[in-house]
Design a binder for this molecule. Structure first.
Ligand code: SF4
Ligand code: SF4
Length: 304
């Protein structure tokens, strides 16, 4: 199984549309949507959820209103101002204390000092992850709940599960739609991959994003390729980006032209290569052939 991770410096570069098309072309793939903050791959692939699991992360304190005697000691130690004295009355006190879950950082200091053992630390439901069936194979994807933080851990969970599935399914490819940017989630998407494909646009910010990605893939020693999407919006800038990539040892996977077929395909819940034969479809097929060739070459270079 060969793992390709597709990333971009920012959202809106057409990364997800390309991943969908690669899934259509791969023949035997498991998919992982690691863009857990704004998951788009399900829009194209219309997944049927087969398994659903909670993603628990961190803790919040909770006061038992039956046990609290309203002494306020917990409030005095909370550095995050998360404890309020406006809880319901009980047999011991006219007012009990309660925790504001949005302000609580789960440090546990209140629990340590409570003389009545009235405070529990409970795991927080930060999101959910899913295994779904698509017309191109299984997909692992996730949704981070409102206020859910540090999606890098959820990304790692999605990727780990997708690896397991790809192995049990004997899939030829694991195709990962990576998180945008270069923060913790994208690091969790990229580390250890067989190949990274950077999708960018022919703009100055596209060139800047590429330079940041160069640093990232160098750090993790992951081979990389670049694909300039909508290259014909600015051919000179496209060539400039490919030159930067060449200097950094990043191979050009090919260019993809501008075409409104991307939008039409998305509206029809199809990938671009499933639409009637188009030039842009041929561009994408060429990119995929180059990626496969690079993955094959890398596999041969690996020490056995
Ligand atoms: S320390 Fe315990 S008993 Fe005192 S107010 Fe807080 S929760 Fe209630
Ligand atoms: S766990 Fe920490 S942050 Fe949360 S209420 Fe208790 S002391 Fe405050």
């Amino acid at each position: 199984m060969k793992e390709l991770v597709v990333i971009s410096g920012k959202g809106g570069t057409g990364k997800t549309s390309l991943v969908g098309s690669f899934a259509a072309l791969a023949g035997s793939a498991v998919l992982a949507d690691c863009d857990v903050d704004a998951s788009d791959l399900p829009i194209i692939l219309d997944p049927q959820v087969r398994e659903r699991s909670d993603f628990l992360q961190g803790h919040h304190a909770r006061v038992s209103a039956d046990t609290c005697v309203g002494c306020g000691v917990c409030q005095s130690v909370c550095r995050f101002d998360a404890i309020r004295g406006d809880g319901p009355a009980n047999t011991f006190s006219k007012r009990t204390f309660r925790v504001d879950p949005l302000a609580c950082e789960g440090c546990g200091a209140c629990q340590q000092v409570c003389p009545r053992n009235a405070i529990a630390l409970e795991p927080v439901l930060a999101g959910q992850w899913f295994i779904s069936a698509t017309r191109f194979g299984f997909m692992v994807h996730a949704r981070l709940g409102p206020g859910g933080q540090n999606s890098g851990k959820l990304v790692s969970q999605v990727r780990r599960k997708a690896h397991d599935l790809a192995r049990t399914q004997s899939a030829g490819f694991l195709l990962v739609d990576g998180s945008p940017g270069i923060g913790c989630p994208v690091i969790a998407s990229v580390a250890g991959a067989d190949l990274v494909l950077m999708v960018t646009e022919p703009t100055p910010s596209g060139a800047h994003d590429l330079q940041r990605v160069v640093a990232l893939v160098r750090h993790f020693k992951v081979p990389a390729m670049v694909c300039v999407n909508r290259w014909d919006l600015n051919p000179a800038q496209a060539a400039h980006i490919e030159a930067i990539a060449f200097e950094a040892g990043i191979v050009a996977a090919g260019r993809v032209r501008v075409d409104d077929v991307f939008d039409r395909a998305q509206r029809q819940k199809l990938t671009v290569v499933e639409m009637a034969s188009t030039d842009v479809g041929r561009d994408i097929r060429r990119v995929w052939i180059n990626i496969r060739a690079r993955l094959d070459g890398l596999a041969q270079e690996k020490p056995s």
